[in-house]
Design a protein around this ligand. Structure first.
Ligand SMILES: [Zn+2]
Length: 103
């Protein structure tokens, strides 16, 4: 069993687990419920961790994760062509230009 990913965002880890499973990679999720009722455990112990059960799958898994995370980064922010403001990927409009147009 090899760890291929870990993140405090357990939703994210879950998504990536689904991605690997969809590609016929058997996975194991550790600390899945890291944020609920962990009690006295040190915070660092509760980071959700994604493992592949078959060590041979690790290279394939890492490749899939890499591609996915790269795409993720592209989604995260974008730069407005008009004013150069860096916009969070959740927004489709530039808040800076939009404000300017209203004035
Ligand atoms: Zn703009």
């Amino acid at each position: 069993m090899i760890k291929v990913f870990e993140d405090f965002d357990y939703m994210r880890v879950g998504q990536l687990q689904s991605l690997l499973e969809a590609n016929d990679i058997r996975t194991f999720l550790k600390n899945q419920f890291g944020f609920g009722g962990t009690g006295e455990l040190p915070f660092v112990e509760t980071v959700p961790q994604l493992y592949v059960l078959n060590d041979d799958d690790a290279p394939k898994a890492r490749k899939l994760l890499e591609a996915e995370l790269e795409a993720d980064e592209e989604r995260e922010t974008w730069t407005c062509e008009k004013c150069g403001t860096v916009i969070d990927g959740r927004f489709t409009d530039c808040w800076n230009c939009a404000e300017g147009e209203e004035q």
